[in-house]
Design a protein around this ligand. Structure first.
Ligand SMILES: [Zn+2]
Length: 126
């Protein structure tokens, strides 16, 4: 088993609109309304937390605030950070996906691509 433990940070300021316990395939989950981004209201769902999320439903979070710890709860076979982005909060249809890369700052993108290049051998074009 991997022993590392990464904190999950909110990628932007926002409002916690949903927070779920480890009861279904998503595991411990937090959904944050990150407001309007490039003309679309974006909801980010962070999944599979290791333990109960550190933020309450209806609370406001600031950018980079720690909201929990990365885990593998729900239908997950290994620890990973799973975020999906949608322009609709509920029932969260799959046809309203939003490209997350436009929301990440360049240092984050570099950090992510460096990590995956190091661990997968795959080379990204930057
Ligand atoms: Zn996942």
């Amino acid at each position: 088993m991997q022993s590392w433990n990464y904190e999950i940070q909110a990628i932007k300021t926002g409002d916690v609109v949903d927070r779920a316990d480890n009861t279904d395939s998503r595991g411990y989950t937090v959904t944050i309304d990150h407001g309007y981004q490039n003309g679309k209201r974006v909801f980010a769902r962070y999944l599979h937390f290791d333990s109960a999320p550190l933020v309450a439903k209806f609370s406001t979070v600031s950018q980079y605030q720690r909201i929990g710890w990365m885990g593998s709860t729900g239908d997950s076979t290994g620890k990973h950070l799973h975020i999906d982005f949608n322009t609709y909060s509920s029932p969260y249809p799959n046809d309203n996906r939003y490209d997350p890369m436009t929301l990440l700052t360049q240092p984050h993108v570099n950090e992510i691509t460096d990590y995956w290049e190091k661990n997968s051998g795959y080379k990204y074009s930057k």
